[in-house]
Design a protein around this ligand. Structure first.
Ligand code: NAI
Length: 293
């Protein structure tokens, strides 16, 4: 990668991709943002504009900085336009098969020195890298939700990730004002390996009638000082994302402790995916839910 990163690509304009794009824009980068769903791309562009507007009204950005940031946003339906990017960050659906297909495509399009990063929550970076001809330049760059707010980026080195790629990715995360932790490439890495079994256990507690959803969440908020209860956090992350991560943990690490709770599976089967859809464990259609994001 060039000494100084000037342009990034972000593929996937959902809750994570739009937040990562916003971070790039406010830190002086050109951002090429793409999504296979044109409506999702339009929503991402709108939500980035209103977030930047909020930063201006709070005095965190000047009018001039905000409008320059928005001018650096290039929403595109064509991945080919990312061929000048120094780093391309993938934030699409949590499916190894779909991500691998995208990595093959990105490897073809991206300029030779470009880094290909995945925001995956749990999927093997080594296996994503093996879909490309540049495994030394493939890395996990796992932002937390929401990316502009959360202070952590977890970096995952695949078996063949080079030191140069690691250092450039760390420098980019630090440019975004984040603290970096580094994980080896095992299912779920650090954060989700610990977080998801807890969320899954909360679903088991609800499923087996240990307590109400409100008492489970209040118990963990006030009893262990978590800012959100595990069930409302699951709604915030997306129940589909939680289930995908549990399945990756189960297939990668084995053992009964990673079996997804049937209640979590049932919510996803019913299309109740959490806050992003208005309905998950809680109903957000009439009220903002138990906590504000
Ligand atoms: P999301 O469902 O909000 O957004 C995913 C977006 O990707 C959608 O707009 C969809 O249209 C698009 N997409 C799907 N397949 C595509 C393809 N082949 N090409 C281009 N765009 C495609 O999902 P979210 O929550 O933003 O998650 C994205 C990734 O980030 C996943 O890998 C997830 O595990 C990871 N992640 C999620 C976190 C969360 O709290 N939701 C936290 C950290 C990482």
């Amino acid at each position: 990668m060039a000494a100084e990163c000037e342009a990034i690509g972000v593929v996937g304009g959902g809750q994570m991709g739009s937040g990562i794009a916003q971070l790039g824009l406010v830190h002086g980068l050109h951002v090429y943002l793409s999504d296979s769903d044109p409506e999702a791309l339009a929503r991402a562009s709108k939500s980035i504009s209103s977030s930047i507007q909020r930063l201006i009204s709070k005095g965190n950005l000047s009018e001039a900085e905000g409008s320059a940031a928005l001018q650096r946003l290039h929403c595109t339906s064509s991945l080919e336009e990312m061929n000048g990017c120094d780093v391309i960050i993938e934030a699409i659906v949590e499916s190894e098969e779909v991500k691998k297909k995208l990595f093959v495509e990105l490897d073809r399009i991206a300029k030779a020195p470009a880094i290909l990063a995945s925001n995956t929550s749990s999927i093997s970076i080594t296996r994503l890298a093996s879909a490309t001809k540049r495994p030394a330049q493939v890395i996990g760059m796992h932002f937390m939700n929401p990316p502009p707010v959360m202070k952590l980026v977890e970096i995952i080195r695949g078996v063949n990730t080079s030191d140069e790629t690691f250092l450039a990715t760390k420098a980019l995360a630090e440019r975004f004002g984040k603290t970096v932790i580094c994980s080896q490439d095992y299912s779920g890495f650090i954060v989700n390996r610990i977080l998801m079994p807890m969320i899954n256990e909360a679903f088991y507690a609800l499923f087996t009638g240990v307590a109400t959803k409100e008492d489970i969440d209040t118990g963990m908020k006030l009893g262990t000082n978590h800012p959100m209860g595990p069930l409302e956090l699951a709604d915030f992350i997306g129940l589909d994302v939680c289930l995908s991560i549990m399945r990756v943990l189960h297939s990668g690490l084995g053992g009964s402790k990673y079996v997804p709770c049937p209640l979590l599976v049932q919510y996803v089967d019913a299309g109740q995916l959490g806050r992003k859809q208005g309905l998950g464990v809680y109903d957000y259609r009439k009220s903002p839910g138990p906590t504000k994001p």
